[in-house]
Write a protein that binds this ligand. Sequence first.
Ligand code: UD1
Length: 415
Amino acid sequence: MKINGGKPLQGTIKTQGAKNAALPVMAVALLLKGETLTLDNVPDLYDINTMIELLEALGVEAEFRDSQAVFRVPDELKWEAPDSLVRKMRASSLVLGPLLANCGKVSLPLPGGCSIGSRPIDLHLKGLKQMGAEIEIRNGVVHASVKGKLRGRRIYLDFPSVGATENLMMAASLAQGETIIENIAREPEIDNLAATLRCVGVPVELEGTGGVRIQGIDKAHSGRERVIPDRIEACTYILAGVMTNGHIRVEDVVPSHIDAILAKLEESGAKFSVRKNVVEIFPSRRKLHPVSIKTMPYPGFPTDSQPQMAAALSISRGVSTIEESVFQARFLYAQELNRMGADIQISRDVAIIRGVDHLQGAGVKATDLRAGAALIIAGLAAKGETTVEDMVHVWRGYEAIDQKLRALGAEVELV
Ligand code: UD1
């Protein structure tokens, strides 16, 4: 993407459906037999299409048009997830729990590491074992099976992993009896999954204390649910507005989902208003104040917004710090931002960001999805031309980002 930066963004855009909510709720289809799952507000993204291909490879008939995805599930599913698809996307591991619960058997190549850290799935496997699964890893492939049905249990997650919470909630849906999972992830995407499980007939109760109670059922029925708005996408545009000193409205936001980011923007002196489901960013003559941030599981500051926030802070007036506590290696974008004139030093899991007067356009590479987003918004604020290579990462999570930016008056072009 070629960006001619330095222009304040102006206009209104609408948030897409959340990638990270859509992926697990699509996997709910694997709990059905001879029934249909319909999902609305599904974003058109590489990762969504990979999940569709994966469901198709497992025997589901899928139709995806105008933000609506319809999954017709046969009486018999296949239980082997193809290596090529699992390698494309780590979230493929979300099929493990529902397939095992529905078919009694599953084989899934281990998703492996990625550029933001090692990302094991030990917590997913530990929980499934507690529910009676037999699990063996041979030649990098997880083979899981269960005699009869999975058994409802009390499970304590050692860390509130988003993926493990989702996998185990789906597995528990068809288990014998009641499952209580403690110390679960409380991301809004988990509520969306709970609602989707309820819509196919699974009694799910999220408890305020960080637990979930699920009553296993014999058979799930057809259902329809809506994917929540993408809080990370919304914040990317909000930060683009702030960084370019623009005047933009981001619609279809659930403000309570982005409290942590809005709180930091307020602390840094950004000018904005929040009304119902709209966040409006106003131009300001003053640069942002520096802030200290630590990423945490929800409702803490999301690790997925950390690179974009670093881009915004790179032109603040002072020294900011961002501590990454969720992933091991999520600062690869720093050297790319530094190519644009930013002054970011990494010391273990902390980024020390010294605000500079302005960024300068440069040729940079997206090392992962959110790093790509950070470089794009930096390019919008920078003087001169920026070229972001390896856009393939960005298409995994941002629907029509070039069109949306042009709607806000940005000069961007795909080459
Ligand atoms: C999800 C999101 C991702 C986001 C992350 C944290 C999706 C598709 N992806 O990823 O965008 O950045 O939540 O908000 O929803 N861990 C283990 N063992 C496990 C599972 C996780 O050690 O079995 C570790 C991971 O290595 C990582 C941390 O826990 O360091 C958080 O991972 P997790 O919450 O599971 O994230 P994902 O579900 O992979």
